[in-house]
Design a protein around this ligand. Sequence first.
Ligand code: DC
Length: 227
Amino acid sequence: MFAIAIDGPAGAGKSSAARAAAKKLGFIYVDTGALYRTVGLYMLRQGISLEEKEKIVENLPGAVIELRFLSGEQHVFLCGEDVSGEIRTPQVSMAASAVSAIPEVRRFLFDLQLSLAEKNNVLMDGRDIGTVVLPHAQVKIFLTASAQERARRRCLELEQKGQPQPYEKVLEEIQQRDYQDSHRAIAPLVPAEDAILVDTSDCNLEEAVERILQIVYEKLPENTIDF
Ligand code: DC
């Protein structure tokens, strides 16, 4: 099996570029953030406070999570219910961030991620894929963009949603989250030693996808992949 690990901070265009690259390669695209979001949603539904780490750990076995690929798109199921839409709210983002800092939660999701990579050619995106989950991935990419560019993109997105926010405030939040993510005790967001850095500050989505594919083809000659 072939594995491509793409890590990087939020807002670097990781998921759009990763999804498009996986489609071109005929690989399964696994968005691991969705798993942390689903654990977060489960805890919110159980009425568990995000401060209560012990309760979160105690309740983990009840979170029955399954990924299914319907028409090539990843859907995440929680206890049999498709929650792919519901995990995208700001409240669930906060919950995902909180639960992802708990070692037991990371361990809980580890096997699920690994078993997908054992059975399929995967392009997996997250924060610790190249460093922790798939340290032997044939291709590792760290996709990033400057905090300023990510803030600019986020402002545009918020404006389009009719929820404009001042640029300075958005930038400050991004810088704060970057600091938290890269300094947390467990699985911090750092590039794997053998990851190739792709900076998307100056490129659009198509160019980012092209860059990813170029790296993949350099490492995995096309005729070695069973399309
Ligand atoms: O990529 P995302 O925004 O959907 O991720 C949701 C949260 O999960 C985010 O706070 C980072 C965390 N996460 C993680 O710690 N490790 C991963 N492999 C993927 C996501």
